[in-house]
Design a protein around this ligand. Structure first.
Ligand SMILES: Cc1ncc(COP(=O)(O)O)c(C=O)c1O
Length: 452
């Protein structure tokens, strides 16, 4: 089993950052306005976990619970619905700001739009969002899923009337199938991942996610809370964390004079394409191949989205690669909270950031990592639990029956890389200071550590 690994992003602030206009107030307000006009829209709750914060030695922990989004158990429909709304508004030649979701489904506009089929590939949540939005709009959806996808996730998609095919490929192969299907059938590809030549719809999807940033901004302000100092964001192909990061850098979470929070991207060890890309430190994205066998199905993506990578490369502070037990611990911790904190049903991909934060703050030997991340008594951490129990059986296996147990004390630890011209390994925790000094004298900014 792999250990936790972390790398500081040395490309941050290098001066080749993309413009942030696409993620600023105007675009975010457009997305929020569109979502507000969906019949049963409600902001998802933002909880303050005061008990957990004091146990972990932090000032505050805020967690947004996206299991409450549109009754779909995950945040993803924010992106698909907004992008599909924009596709149809463009077809009608009207601005998105002037039309509601239900008007797009009305007989008058349906007659003008005609029949549309939306196609996508998904680990579950995005496809469910696209299928749900297509159903609401009275249109068709076809959804491709990777090999080994949970039947419950496919069943949720089929329940909307969409066609759902579980393919023989991993996530990236399923994306290729969806693209081919779109090309051969004339369906509209609504993929939550961008590549050269395919960026308009993925950008709309990312803008749809800004609704979360807008809600967090007003929830913090209503509670009289200043901006967070840190945000931990889980990544699949990176569209979600990059959208939030873009919003943050464009000023969505901060008042004038407040520094934007430091963002730490968190991925599964088996699908850590963003971690590997940041580690490579040459500005180019890296891909992971193979089955990407991880508990965190929603994060099992092998390639960073092109739009997401530009933002993450320029603005993320650090990236972490976590084994499955970190996510499992997060699920158990949120389900069974410190007294006074509310319980949160958080699925594998939703809970990994909470599990990672707990690990960081409670592993005695991780003090150097905490220092590097500037995490301590004055830190105000924001987490987004991006899904609930989207695979109910997995949730029970983990939370009730202890699947993926904690391995602390069993000889597995952390590897931290602070990047530079090389990587140094030190096998014993106590050796870290000695070795890191040696590293500094050799000009390494970075330290790699393994605790055994
Ligand atoms: C629950 C959950 N969280 C986070 C993500 C990561 O989103 P992205 O692939 O845009 O990085 C996903 C992706 O599907 C997801 O399903």
């Amino acid at each position: 089993m792999r250990s936790v690994e972390m790398v500081l992003n040395q490309m941050r602030g290098r001066g080749d950052a993309p413009p942030l206009d696409d993620f600023g107030q105007i675009e975010a307000a457009s997305a929020l306005g569109f979502h507000r006009r969906i019949g049963h829209y409600e902001p998802t709750p933002l909880h303050s976990l005061g008990g957990l914060a004091s146990r972990l030695g932090l000032e505050k922990i805020f967690i947004k619970d996206e299991s409450k989004r549109f009754g779909l158990n995950a945040f993803k429909a924010l992106g698909g619905s907004y992008a599909m709304g924009r596709v149809l508004a463009e077809k009608l030649g009207i601005p998105i700001e002037t039309v509601t979701f239900s008007e797009l489904a009305s007989p008058a506009l349906r007659a003008k739009i005609g029949d549309a089929t939306f196609v996508t590939a998904t680990d579950g949540n995005h496809g469910r969002g696209v299928a749900w939005a297509a159903q609401q709009l009275g249109q068709k959806a076809v959804v491709f899923m990777p090999k080994g996808s949970a039947e419950a996730r496919a069943a949720n998609i089929r329940a909307t009337g969409a066609e759902c095919r579980i393919t023989e490929h991993n996530y990236d192969g399923a994306v290729r199938e969806a693209e081919l299907f779109a090309k051969s059938s004339g369906a509209v590809l609504v993929q939550d991942m961008a590549w050269e030549g395919y960026e308009k719809i993925p950008r709309w999807i990312m803008q749809g996610y800004l609704t979360m940033a807008m809600e967090i901004q007003s929830q913090l302000r209503d509670a009289g809370e200043p901006a967070p100092t840190h945000v931990f964001l889980q990544a699949g192909n990176g569209s979600f964390p990059a959208a939030i990061l873009g919003g943050i850098e464009a000023g969505l979470l901060c008042c004038k004079g407040e520094a934007p929070p430091l963002a730490i991207i968190v991925e599964p060890s088996e699908a850590d394409c963003i971690y590997k890309s940041i580690q490579a430190n040459d500005g180019q994205p890296r891909a992971i191949t193979g089955e990407m066998n991880t508990l965190m199905a929603g994060l099992a993506c092998g390639k960073p989205s092109s739009l997401a990578w530009e933002l993450i490369r320029s603005f993320a502070f650090a990236a972490a690669s976590c084994p499955d037990h970190i996510a499992a611990n997060g699920m158990r911790m949120l389900a069974s909270p410190v007294q006074g904190d509310p319980p949160i049903v958080s699925g594998e991909s939703g809970a990994v950031t909470a599990g990672f934060l707990e690990w960081l703050m409670s592993t005695p030997d991780a003090d150097l990592v905490r220092q590097k991340l500037k995490l301590g008594q004055k830190s105000r951490v924001l987490l987004i639990s991006t899904e609930g129990d989207t695979s109910p059986q997995t949730y029970l296996d983990v939370v009730w029956h202890g699947k993926c147990p904690d391995v602390r004390g069993q000889g597995l630890g952390v590897r931290v890389q602070g990047l530079g011209s090389g990587v140094i390994s030190c096998p014993i925790a106590n050796v870290i200071n000695v070795r890191s000094k040696a590293a500094c004298s050799k000009g390494f900014h970075l330290v790699t550590c393994n605790w055994y």
